[in-house]
Design a protein around this ligand. Structure first.
Ligand SMILES: C[S@@+](CC[C@H](N)C(=O)[O-])C[C@H]1O[C@@H](n2cnc3c(N)ncnc32)[C@H](O)[C@@H]1O
Length: 280
């Protein structure tokens, strides 16, 4: 039987090779908890060491990845990015009539791409003109992709998730779920918002992405780079950047930085970058 240190190093190695995620040193409790969850999810009868061997040999890789990703997100997280989208980016597309192509590169349970879609609908209504928009949302975790496509969320009345310029009742249907012990409010994203977003699996650690070069006008890459080493963050950013048009906007999470892109962008706000030239 391997001791915990060796077991955890093995987990870290597998996780890195499958996803590029680098787990920090102090993650022992988290690793133990997630290994137990993995064992439950896979209904594996043998011991953890054998389970890890079979993952290394190509079984249960999806379950392993889904157990080790961190999916924390909420609607309109870092809402100043959505304000920028509404006030600076979208009006230009209204004027030109061109389609805006947006990419959400780590969409988790869907709150981020649906916030992008609601921002489009809200801008359309405010400015009284249609916007042609497509939103591609990807993640490596198949559980969260399924959750996102389903589009049902828990809602708390005290929640401050929505900025004052969004009225959630316009975009969600509310349902109260009662059990003997409690009452829970569920909200389901309306079909007109849901149909604007396409969910798809993509591993940011892959050597290339299945999109055309200079395809997107807007890329959201927020709160995912923090799980990678500095060197790997840079590699991901370089790949993403090749799919962004010149003049397009890249939004990064609050504690993330643009690495090599810094000389090829103009920073116009809190982790808001406009691509000014190609990076070679
Ligand atoms: C903390 S969530 C951030 C969600 C959202 N972008 C936000 O800012 O609220 C990070 C997401 O990145 C995804 N992720 C982690 N590694 C990935 C990889 N190699 N490729 C694609 N997605 C990945 C996880 O599955 C998770 O859903």
């Amino acid at each position: 039987m391997l001791d915990n240190n060796v077991l955890h190093e093995k987990v870290k190695g597998i996780l890195y090779s499958l996803t590029g995620i680098t787990l920090a040193e102090n993650k022992d409790i988290m690793i133990s908890n997630r290994l137990h969850k993995l064992k439950r999810d896979t209904k594996y009868n043998g011991d953890i060491e054998e389970l890890l061997d079979s993952i290394e040999n190509g079984s249960f890789t999806m379950e392993f990845i889904n157990s080790f990703t961190t999916n924390k997100t909420h609607f309109f997280r870092e809402d100043f990015h959505f304000t920028d989208l509404k006030e600076r980016v979208l009006p230009d597309f209204i004027k030109s009539g061109q389609e805006i192509k947006m990419y959400c590169s780590a969409s988790s349970t869907g709150e981020e791409p649906y916030s992008m879609a609601m921002t489009v609908l809200e801008t359309q209504e405010e400015l009284g003109k249609q916007i042609r928009a497509s939103i591609l949302a990807t993640d490596i975790d198949t559980n969260v992709l399924q959750y996102a496509a389903n589009g049902v969320y828990r809602y708390s009345k005290s929640s401050k998730e929505f900025p004052e310029w969004i009225k959630p009742q316009k975009y969600f249907k509310k349902r109260v779920k009662k059990t003997l012990a409690s009452e829970e409010i569920l909200i389901k994203i309306k079909p007109e918002v849901q149909k604007m977003v396409t969910f798809q699996i993509n591993n940011l650690n892959d050597s290339s992405y299945p999109f055309e070069k200079n395809h997107f006008d807007v890329i959201f890459c927020r709160n995912v780079l923090i799980y990678f080493s500095g060197e790997d963050q840079n590699k991901i950013l370089r790949k993403l950047f090749s799919h962004l048009k010149i003049g397009g906007t890249l939004y990064l999470g609050h504690s993330e930085n643009p690495h090599d892109l810094i000389n090829y962008v103009e920073r116009i706000g809190q982790n808001i970058f406009i691509k000014t030239k190609e990076l070679h």
